[in-house]
Ligand binder design. Structure first.
Ligand code: PLP
Length: 389
């Protein structure tokens, strides 16, 4: 069975060109980039090239790019650094809809005596800017807000938020793991101090991330040891993955406009057709600005897990929440923060497309999903009640 992969916010396929770029750096050019000899030196050159490619996609300078092992590490490093840099400041701000990579860390900080404010969102998943403005004070070390939500695709007004935060003297970090490669980001014209990204969300392999650190921003490393990454992240570089990420960023930069308009057209068709064919469905965050590849739809009176199982039998891969929280039947914290009613939150499915998604695949989902929802509603006592009305 050929899969129809609509779970690209969980992870993406490694682009063939990206894989070819990294391939020689396992068995042939396997030198340590820190070594003095020519064999390490040629790897170092490619790592430098990758750093330039990543920087170019972000409108950053190469020395502002720190390679890490993943988005989670970058998020953790950003927040921990701010707390070490400003030991006298005991307040951290984030939002209620962050990925666990940020949220868990912030919640753990409350146990260490920090004050943590989680800014709320409205029913469309949009950040409460007035709450943010009121929350930042002289005690705030760092504000960490995601660029785009992994579950709904809702994009926060990050530049506006950064301006509010910088005016009050705190550091501003954004978890841009879902945004990089999908929306243009120009850090040269931005107030963002720190930004996290992850390779496996943009067709590079898993296990490579970046922390962007604006030049001049005070920083304390999370990983200490050797002098790699200008002593900002110790540990022998994952050279092959870094080189792959550089290529993935180059491709994203070259193709973003065309690819994302194609992806958006497919996403829009999927959501329009499903909404037309399935009664009592709503798009979570549908009225907000969203990533071009993401749609999260609530189907009332059905269980998301049941929908996923039936889609899975047809080879269709989607998600009922973020991959990190699936396996638990708790409704998603993102949808709960948006005030999505329980009956809808439980039946919410995320479809996330990529440049590899075809019109034929979208047609298949449009054809197969409506009878699945009708069948599940027929089977459930709540659903039958609802159908009688
Ligand atoms: N932040 C967001 C918004 C994410 O979607 C993810 C992954 O799903 C992460 C952070 C964590 O990234 P990684 O899997 O590279 O640790």
């Amino acid at each position: 069975m050929k899969e129809i992969y609509l779970d690209n916010n969980a992870t993406t396929k490694v682009d063939e060109a990206v894989f070819e770029e990294m391939r020689p750096y396992f068995c042939e050019l396997y030198g340590n980039p820190s070594s003095m000899h020519f064999f390490g030196g040629q790897v170092q050159q490619k790592v430098d090239e990758a750093r330039k490619r990543v920087a170019a996609l972000l409108g950053a300078s190469p020395d502002e790019i720190i390679f890490t092992a993943c988005g989670t590490e970058s998020d953790n490093a950003a927040i921990r650094s701010a707390l070490e840099v400003f030991p006298e400041k005991r307040h951290v701000i984030t939002s209620r809809v962050e990925h666990p990579a940020v949220l868990t860390q912030c919640r753990n900080l409350t146990q260490k005596g920090y004050r943590v404010t989680e800014i709320g969102v409205d029913s469309e998943g949009q950040l409460d800017m007035a709450e943010l403005k009121a929350a930042v004070d002289a005690d705030t070390a760092i504000v960490s807000l995601m660029y785009a939500n992994n579950e709904t695709g809702v994009i926060f007004p990050i530049e506006e938020a950064a301006a509010i935060v910088k005016a009050k003297g705190a550091l501003f970090h954004t978890d841009a793991v879902q945004a990089v490669g999908k929306v243009p980001i120009n850090l040269a014209a931005s107030k963002i101090d720190l930004l996290s990204l992850s390779g496996h969300k943009l067709h590079a392999p898993k296990g490579i991330g970046v922390l962007y650190l604006r030049r001049g921003t005070p920083f304390r490393p999370f990983m200490v040891g050797g002098h790699q990454e200008k002593s900002r992240r110790a540990g022998t570089e994952n050279a092959a993955a870094i080189i792959a990420l550089g290529k993935a960023c180059e491709l994203a930069g070259q193709n973003m406009a065309i690819e994302n308009s194609q992806v958006k057209a497919l996403r829009d068709r999927l959501q329009t057709e499903l909404m037309a064919r399935i009664p009592h469905a709503r798009i979570n965050g549908g009225a907000a600005e969203r990533l071009p590849n993401t749609v999260n739809i609530a189907f009332e009176f059905v269980e998301g897990e049941a929908i996923l199982l039936l889609l899975n039998e047809l080879g269709i891969c989607a998600s009922s929440g973020s991959a990190c929280t699936s396996g638990s039947l708790e409704p998603s914290h993102v949808l709960r923060a948006m005030g999505v009613p329980f009956t809808c939150a439980h039946g919410s499915i995320r479809f996330s497309l990529s440049r590899y998604t075809t019109a034929g695949e979208i047609d298949t989902v449009i054809r197969e999903l409506p009878p699945i929802i009708a069948h599940l509603r027929q089977m459930s006592p709540f659903g039958r009640e609802f159908l009688k009305k």
